[in-house]
Write a protein that binds this ligand. Structure first.
Ligand code: C2E
Ligand code: CA
Ligand code: CA
Length: 532
């Protein structure tokens, strides 16, 4: 007479069920879908009544929870798992880590963690073979309580998996506050087509988890399509009917001997210096730095030629110009606007950065379109550094500088410059143009080449003083020249020992004024003083 038992019946037969083994454990393997190897298993509670037959966890667990009995059942499961692991170890069967579910009611019990620890010690099981699973809804009972239990579990050395991630209760906030070691993402919460909204959510969870360095296990995986999809977004670990239903102890033990095992690895080896957890917290110092101090910056992943931008800061948007918002950039195809040649330049830089693990740089040109400004070419200097990698996926940190102005001026200059280059080369003349109103200086080709100046120098003459082209003892005099030019002095000259070598040069300025007599530009030159 198989049927679902009511509350009274369940309560009346609970003690006997525990003692007689009517409450027992099934094991469901967790598999690396890329390799087919087993990485662990979950212990799932079953109750088979001698008369009424199989009772389902979704029916009896709430009853046990309500009546404050679940901890006894859970300790029973924990003990059964310890006993199983002990037998395996004794018989030379190499086990995998088994995860045991923790009800949120267990968390509310003061000594629960001590109790499981006692069992583990009694059976002498290395902690690495036992994981605990707690659901994010546990946090409803109070964050402090849960983080206290989590801390205790960590102190004893248990790996903690967050069960049913994404099932509701502000998952992201929970993740921010609870440092769990593994995230379990239930495919069934994201029902429907994986290409749609559900897929987008999964993808961003997996990506975010990667960034945190937290591995993700997809559970409830029933089809090859689902498993392949998860793999394609960088989540290789799956648990579900596709590989195996929950199976009895004996059958599972068989599987342990038949299937190869492998350890579960963090999803990404983050380069240590960066605290990824803090990075996602909008109030953290890292975020503040990201937004305010580093200039234009972006975080993106690179895999098989595909780039996915995860995050950009405000200055990045500004630097790229046009009237875009952060979301526009995240939504658009990152390669859009690159022609083949520039894409190659950029990808080569990424490859260099993957190998060198150092900062690498390049300059590329892209076409940018926007609703208001139409089409435009921009030149971007990028500095990138790889900050994480997982198999063939790489995480990059990029800083960008818009060098369009510089570049255009350089190109224009280059043309006219070419004509004068030969002459100036002969005459040993360095020449530059100084714009009074903007304090910008444009050097000649020789200046750029010999003195390593960029095509456009802002806040002149400070940078030239700073790098020692004009030595310290002449700095004030040279600054004063620019003040005089501003006030209309038409001609200035002096012998100045330039650069660290203090090579004497004859430096001159002539001023150009506009039709009203206001100073406009000054033309500077420096000629080598040759001893006669
Ligand atoms: P859970 O922890 O999320 O466990 C996963 C559930 O998904 C299990 O249901 C498992 O049999 C089922 N499942 C696995 N793969 C697939 C699949 O491909 N498709 C579908 N449709 N289902 C799949 P189960 O064993 O009925 O357990 C239900 C829930 O009961 C568990 O959800 C867990 O919350 C609770 N539970 C199970 N065992 C224990 C236990 O020992 N202690 C406590 N406190 N709760 C437990
Ligand atoms: Ca579970
Ligand atoms: Ca689950």
């Amino acid at each position: 007479m198989e049927r679902k038992m009511n509350e009274q019946e369940l309560l009346a037969s609970f003690d006997e069920a525990l003692q007689q083994g009517h409450i027992y454990v099934l094991y469901q393997p967790k598999i690396n879908h890329s390799t087919g190897r087993m990485i662990g298993a979950e212990a799932l509670m079953r109750w088979k009544h001698p008369i009424y037959g199989t009772q389902y966890p979704s029916d009896f667990i709430p009853v046990l929870e309500k009546n404050d009995l679940i901890y006894r059942a859970d300790l029973g499961v924990f003990q059964a798992v310890c006993r199983f692991l002990r037998n395996c170890l004794d018989d030379g069967v190499k086990p995998v880590p088994i995860s045991v579910n923790m009800s949120r009611h267990d968390i509310f019990r003061k000594n629960y963690v001590d109790e499981i620890e006692k069992l583990r010690v009694k059976y002498d099981i290395p902690t690495k073979y036992i994981h605990t699973e707690m659901t994010e809804t546990s946090a409803i009972g109070g964050m402090e309580l849960v983080s206290g239990v989590l801390k205790q579990l960590h102190e004893f050395g248990y790996i903690v998996e967050m069960d049913d991630f994404g099932s509701g209760y502000s998952s992201l906030n929970v993740l921010k506050d609870l440092e769990v070691d593994i995230i379990k993402l239930d495919m069934r919460f994201l029902s429907g087509n994986i290409g749609g909204r559900g897929g987008t959510i999964i993808t961003s969870i997996v990506q975010m988890a990667k960034w945190l360095g937290t591995p993700v296990i997809a559970e409830g995986v029933e089809t090859m399509e689902q498993a392949d999809y998860m793999k394609s977004i960088g989540c290789n670990y799956v648990q579900g009917y596709l590989y195996s239903k929950p199976i009895p102890e004996e059958a599972f033990r068989q599987k342990l001997t038949q299937l190869e095992h492998e350890p579960l690895k963090p999803s990404m080896d983050l380069i240590q210096t960066m605290d990824a957890g803090k990075f996602w917290n909008p109030e953290s110092l890292e975020t503040l730095i990201f937004n305010h101090f580093v200039g234009g910056a972006a975080i993106f992943t690179y895999q098989d030629g595909k780039v996915e931008v995860l995050r950009v800061n405000k200055k990045y948007v500004k630097e790229m110009g046009m009237n875009m918002i952060e979301q526009d950039i995240l939504d658009s195809d990152p390669w859009h606007g690159f022609d083949d040649e520039n894409r190659k330049i950029y990808e080569n830089m990424l490859k260099r950065a993957i190998h060198s693990r150092e900062e690498e740089t390049c300059e590329t040109c892209r076409t940018i379109c926007s609703k208001i400004c139409g089409e435009d070419k921009i030149y971007i200097r990028s500095y990138v550094r790889m900050i994480g990698s997982a198999e063939n996926q790489y995480l990059f940190y990029a800083m960008v500088q818009n060098i369009t102005m510089e570049k255009q001026q350089y190109l224009a200059l280059y043309d006219s410059e070419r004509r004068f280059r030969f002459a100036s080369e002969q005459a040993n003349v360095y020449a530059w143009e100084y714009t009074i109103a903007t304090r910008q200086m444009r050097p000649c080709f020789r200046c750029m080449r010999d003195l390593h100046l960029p095509p456009l120098v802002e806040n002149y003459p400070e940078p030239a003083i700073e790098v020692g082209i004009f030595p310290a003892d002449y700095a004030d005099m040279y600054r004063d020249w620019h003040r005089q030019l501003e006030q209309g002095t038409e001609y200035l000259e002096a012998i100045i020992p330039l650069t660290v070598g203090r090579v004497p040069f004859h430096v001159r300025y002539t001023l150009e004024k506009d039709e009203n007599g206001n100073p406009l530009k000054a033309y500077g030159s420096a000629t080598l003083v040759v001893d006669k």
